[in-house]
Design a protein around this ligand. Structure first.
Ligand SMILES: [Zn+2]
Length: 51
């Protein structure tokens, strides 16, 4: 999902380590292990994964 290189990276990204996200609404960055991360600042679901 980050590099778009295909399936090889999937196994690595499926591990339970937090990924960084950036909120599109307020610009806050945060980490989450959820598949549907929600911004802790404004509760927006419009977030982008930060690689
Ligand atoms: Zn936000």
């Amino acid at each position: 999902m980050c590099s778009g290189a295909g399936g090889f990276d999937v196994e690595l990204t499926q591990r339970l380590k937090p990924k960084k996200y950036k909120c599109r609404s307020c610009g806050a960055t945060f980490e989450s292990v959820s598949k549907h991360p929600v911004c802790p600042t404004c509760q927006s679901e419009s977030v982008d994964e930060v690689c």
